[in-house]
Ligand binder design. Structure first.
Ligand SMILES: [Fe+2]
Ligand SMILES: [Fe+2]
Length: 281
């Protein structure tokens, strides 16, 4: 069995789906401030929409790593930029959903070390309700949690549950309760107001929201989605809305056993109401 907990407290930030250049710009503008203000030990970012709103390229991933992002999770758009297939097997810091069929390139979980030497297990899963019928995400997450239990194999465990249905995301929160530090949802591109610590000690929020211009339809320039809603007639491709973006994230603090002691939403920049957790000095 691996050596146990080295750190009594850890500060983790999960940044929701980053949409195109406005999303990348707000991360570049605000993450350095958040790292300092929140004394962050570990940063996870959902990057499935990094490159023009669809997928992730080597260049856009490197841009995020250079800003201090430790791990990039993804979702249903992980393969939209086919160039990812040329590097995902050599890039440990990018995950695709764990419950793709066996043989899919890349991996869905990884164990990482913070600068202070704490070990963080990150698991990326994808829901099946109103989405592609992948393998069972609950069984996939179970396999990772059993192989690397909290407080034994890992000092903190973070699960990005990328799903359309709020019920499936909340179900995953309870499924992991007491066994993961945090389960946070992604994919819907809208932050939910239900940040809480579940009874067993797992921090949970149904969706982190996106880093996007919110004068949009879930981060996309609104003209084309409205054309399709009102006329059922596609006229052009979806492109990211290019106004100033709001960085939406979730801040989690863990305690001695790796369970959560605090969860707070973060919203900085752009149109949404601003909120940054206040840490006592
Ligand atoms: Fe997304
Ligand atoms: Fe998605």
């Amino acid at each position: 069995m691996a050596e146990c907990v080295k750190t009594t407290r850890m500060h983790i930030l999960f940044i929701g789906d980053v949409i195109g250049r406005p999303g990348r710009d707000v991360v570049a503008a605000e993450l350095p401030m958040l790292k300092e203000k929140l004394a962050l030990d570990f940063v996870v970012l959902n990057g499935e929409n990094l490159a023009g709103g669809f997928g992730v390229t080597r260049a856009t991933a490197n841009e995020m790593f250079a800003l201090g992002v430790d791990v990039i999770t993804t979702g249903n758009h992980w393969m939209d930029q086919r160039e990812i297939l040329s590097f995902i097997d050599d890039e440990d810091r990018i995950l695709r959903p764990r419950n793709y069929p066996a043989g899919t390139p890349g991996k869905g979980a990884g164990l990482y070390e913070t600068r202070k030497g704490a070990r963080v297990l990150v698991v990326n899963a994808m829901g099946r309700v109103f989405m592609d019928p992948l393998d069972d995400p609950f069984a996939a997450v179970e396999a990772e949690l059993s192989a690397c239990p909290l407080g034994e194999g890992a000092d903190a465990i973070f699960v990005d549950m990328h799903a359309e249905a709020t019920s499936e995301k909340m179900g995953m929160g309870h499924f992991c309760d007491g066994r993961a530090s945090a389960v946070i949802g992604s994919h819907s591109h809208v932050p939910t107001a239900d940040a809480q610590i579940l009874p067993g000690g797992t921090a949970f929020q149904t969706d982190a929201g996106a880093c996007a211009d919110y004068d949009s339809v879930i981060g996309m320039e609104k003209f084309e989605p409205l054309q399709r809603f009102t006329r059922k007639m596609p006229t052009s491709r979806y492109t990211p809305a290019m106004g100033p973006a709001t960085l939406c994230a979730v801040f989690v603090e863990t305690g001695p056993k790796g369970l959560a002691t605090r969860i707070e939403p973060v919203r900085v920049g752009g149109r949404l109401k601003q909120t940054i957790p206040h840490l006592e000095p």
